[in-house]
Structure formats: structure tokens, C-alpha cells
Design a protein. Sequence first.
Length: 113
Amino acid sequence: MFAKRNRLKKTADFKKVFKDGKRAAGDLTEMRFLQNSLDFCRFGFIISLGVSKKATVRNKIRRRLMEAVKLFTPPIKKGYDIIFIVKPKIVGRTQLDLIKNVEQILRKTRIYP
């Protein structure tokens, strides 16, 4: 789990990223991001009921996605609010597929060197 300062929690923060932020999509996830005035990144994750009706499945996907993002956090450029939105294709995929997808999106947006 991320430290409290690295989590996007407020609805207003999510709305701001959706309204003013940029978008990048991969096969398994979509990413929205917006530069903030902080010296660290904040992350949010959205896994809708369309992915799975079971909360246990959605929570497992959220935990796996958080771990995949943690692998890339030290070199990520500082000062971004980033939201990952999961697509239904993710169900049944391996952790390695998820890591590759996150890396692909981060490189596409040039947030990750």
C-alpha cells in the first residue's frame, strides 16, 4: 500500500485530473495524469463493477496494480497526480502482463525515463 501522502483520496482531486488531465491507454489499463504543485506523485486506482461483480476480485486487481506501480515509483518524475482505470480485459491476466502494461503507459507519456 502507498503512504498516505502518495494516495489520491478526495473526489475533488479525481475530478480535477479527469477534467484537466491528459490521457494514455494501454491494453489492460488507462491512465489519466495531471501535473501538481507537490514534490511527490499521488496515485489513484479505479476498478469498476464492469470489471467484476465480486469485490474480492476487484480488490485483488487493485493490490496487484498498486504493486506494479510501486516498481516504477522511484524514477517517475515528481509532481504528478496519476489515476489508473482498469479495463475488463485484465481479469485472468498475470502480474507480469500487468507490470508490462504499466511500464508501457508510463513510457508512452514520458513520465518514466
